[in-house]
Design a protein around this ligand. Structure first.
Ligand code: NAD
Ligand code: ISE
Length: 337
């Protein structure tokens, strides 16, 4: 079976997903692309045999030739398109964040619950990264005993235009927020955000870097350094400290060069490069799940929870104080996810 996919939003990640869907993955074809920037959509269609432009995302979702929908617009537009996909009973892969507010996320959750069927997969691709998968397996093996602390770093070379201080949390650290829930298999109960000395090389209105402290239900403490203008590359780190040892993400460099008295390895320049395997794996899993009719991966509930934690952290960024996370009760639809 070839799954026919429509993509809404042909920006940076939309284009990368269109490339993987049409060139790298199996049993899938991109048949439609919609973007408010029609010229952009047309330029991508011109490079994607078999696809054509739809005037609006709503038209694309309603089209009978579209079996599944990828939403890769900016965050505030996600809700409209995810709800429309649900109304048409179509599986929808929505990039993170599911939506920028908890109210918007809950409207999506309520719509899915009313249908009684999971149709939403959220693009928290790090759950498919081989390094994080190996960490989760090693934790389950009990090799390092109970986890006590996790140290994370989320560094990028430069922030995009219009990136604001709260986006270090809602756009960047939201990956660690989702990942810690998945890795440690427990909820985050509170967040505290600290403002270190600002980099003079970051845009003047940006508080960069930030330290985001997450408290897990069991008492495990997670510190996340988010530094989006670190200049030297895209560098993602994670180290779990347990009672009997530690687990750290490996170096992604394929070779180590020793030359002229120095040892050097490659640092990825962009998230597209660092997480290419994870993006491929999450998207293939989504395509395969359309074939089986059984949704997989991060749920709408996971999307809601991540936004709830991020919102508490944004409150802490503004107030400077520890902020508890408030979560609604988990609906039965998501009981075993
Ligand atoms: P971008 O600005 O490069 O692209 C967004 C595109 O959406 C633009 O082409 C814009 O014209 C289009 N768009 C906006 N509103 C629209 C609407 N109502 N209808 C149709 N098209 C619309 O942004 P991006 O970096 O590609 O990010 C897009 C989404 O993907 C964001 O939610 C972002 O957080 C997420 N993202 C995820 C990852 C990841 O690692 N999983 C990486 C980057 C971005
Ligand atoms: C971007 O939107 C992503 O999701 C990347 O994975 C993340 O590392 C980056 O900081 C975000 O801006």
């Amino acid at each position: 079976m070839t799954v026919r996919v429509g993509v809404i939003g042909a920006g940076t990640i939309g284009q990368d997903h269109i490339r993987r869907l049409s060139q790298s993955l199996s049993n899938v074809a991109v048949v439609g692309i919609a973007d408010v920037d029609r010229a952009r959509a047309q330029s991508i269609v011109d490079k994607t045999p078999g696809a054509h432009v739809y005037t609006t995302g709503q038209d694309l979702i309603a089209a009978s030739e579209v079996d599944g929908v990828v939403v890769a617009t900016w965050g505030p537009a996600h809700e409209e398109f995810v709800l429309a996909a649900l109304e048409h009973a179509k599986p929808v892969f929505c990039e993170k964040p599911l939506a920028p507010t908890t109210d918007a996320c809950l409207r999506i959750v309520q719509s899915e619950v009313a249908r009684g069927q999971r149709l939403v997969q959220v693009g928290f691709m790090r759950r498919c990264d081989p390094g994080y998968l190996a960490m989760k397996a090693a934790l389950a093996d009990g090799k390092i005993g109970s986890p006590l602390l996790v140290h994370c770093a989320h560094r990028g070379p430069s922030s995009p235009p219009m990136f604001s201080s709260d986006m270090l949390i809602t756009d960047s650290a939201i990956h660690e927020i989702d990942l810690m829930r998945w890795l440690l298999d427990e909820e985050i109960v509170a967040g505290t955000v600290l403002r270190p000395r600002r980099s003079s090389r970051s845009p003047a209105d940006l508080q960069d870097p930030l330290i985001v402290l997450l408290e897990m239900q069991s008492g495990v403490l997670v510190d996340v350094e988010v530094f989006v203008n670190a200049e030297y590359g895209y560098d993602i780190r994670c180290e779990v400290v347990g009672e009997l040892g530690t687990l750290a993400l490996g170096d992604t460099s394929e070779i180590v060069l020793r030359h002229a008295g120095l040892r050097a390895g490659h640092v990825p320049g962009h998230w597209i490069e660092r997480f290419v395997t994870a993006y491929d794996m999450e998207m293939q899993a989504w395509i395969d799940s359309i074939g089986t009719g059984q949704a997989v991966g991060p749920t709408a509930w996971d999307g809601y929870t991540a936004t709830a934690v991020a919102s508490a952290c944004v409150t802490s960024l503004e107030s400077g104080v520890r902020t508890p996370v408030h979560l609604e009760s988990r609906p039965a639809l998501y009981a075993n996810t």
